[in-house]
Design a protein around this ligand. Sequence first.
Ligand SMILES: Cc1ncc(C[n+]2csc(CCOP(=O)(O)OP(=O)(O)O)c2C)c(N)n1
Length: 285
Amino acid sequence: MADQALIKDLEAKAVQLRCNVLEMIGIGKAGHWGGSASLAEAMAVLYFHVMNVDAKAPKAPDRDRLLLSKGHGALIQYAALCELGYFPREEMQRVKSLNGLLQGHPDLSIPGVEAVTGSLGQGLSIGVGMALALRLDKKASRVYVVMGDGEQSEGQLWEAAMAASNFKLDNLTAFLDWNKIQATGRTEDVFKIPDLDKKWASFGWEVFSVDGHDVEKLLAAVDKAKAVKGRPTLVILDTVKGKGVSFAENTPAYHNGTFDEARFTLAMAELEARKAALAAQKEMV
Ligand SMILES: Cc1ncc(C[n+]2csc(CCOP(=O)(O)OP(=O)(O)O)c2C)c(N)n1
C-alpha cells in the first residue's frame, strides 16, 4: 500500500494544479477548464512522483517523456510545469497573450513540453517514434501519452496503436481521459465508440481502467503498467470533466468556458476549501 503522506501530498498537488489552471483562465476569458481539471490527479501522480524529470535539465537524455495528445488541455500541463519550476510563475499571467511563452496548445518553445500537439490524434504517433528511439538508444526512459475520449475518433490513433503493439513497445503507456464529454456534448451522443477497452485490447495492448481521481489507485496503475512486458499499456482514466468545481462538473459549457467574476470567486473558494480539508487530513496521517 502506498504511503498515506505521499497520497495526501499528491492530492494536494492536484488541487494546486486546478488552482493554477483557474488562475490562468482568469475572469471573462475562455479557457479549457473541463478537460484540464479531469486530468489533475493523473498529472500530479506522473509529474510529481512517477516521472524522472528535472526542471533544471529539461533535455536530459534519460528523462521520461509526457505528451499531451489532447493538446487543448495544455493548461493542466502548464500548471504542473510551472509548479516544477520549468518557467517563472509570471508566465501564467501572460498565457495566450501575444509574445507570451504559454500559448493555447503545447509548443516546443516551452521548457518541459516534448511535442507540439493540439491537432487531435497525433500524439500517440509521436510517442511511438520516441519510444522506439529510446529503445534503440538502450534508455530506460518511459513515454507517457495522454489522450481524450473524443479524440478516439481520430484514425491516426489506431495506426499508432497497431504500430505500438507490432513493435512491442512496453516502454510506452497511454492514458485515456475517459471524462465522457467532448467539445459540444456527451461523447456517446457525438460519436459513439463502444467497447473502447476491448478495441484497444484487440489492437494488442494491455488495458485496464482506474478511477482517475483516486491517487492511490493511479499510483498502483502506473506500477502495473511498468511491469507489463512485450506490449504497450493503456490506462483508461474514469474521470469527471471539470472535476473540482461543482457547477462546472459534467457540463459541456465548461469544455472551453468562461468564468464571470462571481463564478470565478466561487470556483476558487471551492478549490481553497478542498486544499484546507486536505491539509487537515494530512495532519492526521
Ligand atoms: C484534428 C482535430 N479536430 C478537431 C479539433 C477541435 N477540438 C478541440 S477539443 C475537441 C474535443 C476533444 O474531446 P476530448 O478528446 O474528449 O477532450 P476532453 O473532453 O478530455 O477535453 C475538438 C473536437 C482538434 N483540436 N483537432
